[in-house]
Design a protein around this ligand. Structure first.
Ligand code: ZN
Length: 150
């Protein structure tokens, strides 16, 4: 299978069977965003625990396949990571989308790296870059925002 086909399959799979969809239990941070160009909406929920670990992470959203797959992949690879690692992975992801970089962080397994790289195809379609990055920017807003319910 060609890499491009593999990437397409991953995106289709996450789009059809999104991971961590819905409000997660006892979330204490959230943020949402809307991309009027495409009609994508995303709402990120997360629980940052006392050890500054992203104990739980989920999303609600609607929109194009890329935006849903991106949010699903985000929750899949970030859940369970600590605050700084989560930020580092997000920055690396955004660099991957911008440039020709390869994800290099050692906190992800090969499957997770491949999932992230599957979104890198949007580089060829500037209109779709926002579809792929919105969930990640929203995640950072939530992560760095004020705690709720505490
Ligand atoms: Zn979109």
């Amino acid at each position: 299978m060609e890499l491009k086909e593999l990437y397409q399959e991953i995106i289709l799979d996450h789009g059809k069977n999104p991971r961590n969809k819905g409000k997660c239990d006892k979330f204490n941070k959230d943020a949402k965003a809307h991309n009027p160009l495409c009609g994508d909406k995303v709402h990120i929920y997360l629980k940052l625990n006392k050890d500054k670990k992203v104990e739980n992470l989920s999303f609600e959203g609607e929109g194009c396949a890329i935006s849903l797959a991106s949010a699903s992949i985000l929750t899949d690879v970030i859940k369970g990571k600590d605050f700084f690692t989560a930020k580092k992975i997000t920055n690396e992801f955004l660099n991957v989308i911008k440039d020709e970089k390869i994800i290099s962080t050692d906190t992800l397994n090969e499957d997770q790296k491949t999932s992230i790289m599957s979104l890198s195809g949007v580089k060829e379609f500037p209109m779709r870059v926002k579809c792929a990055t919105m969930a990640w920017h929203t995640f950072i807003s939530a992560l760095e925002g004020d705690n709720k319910n505490e």
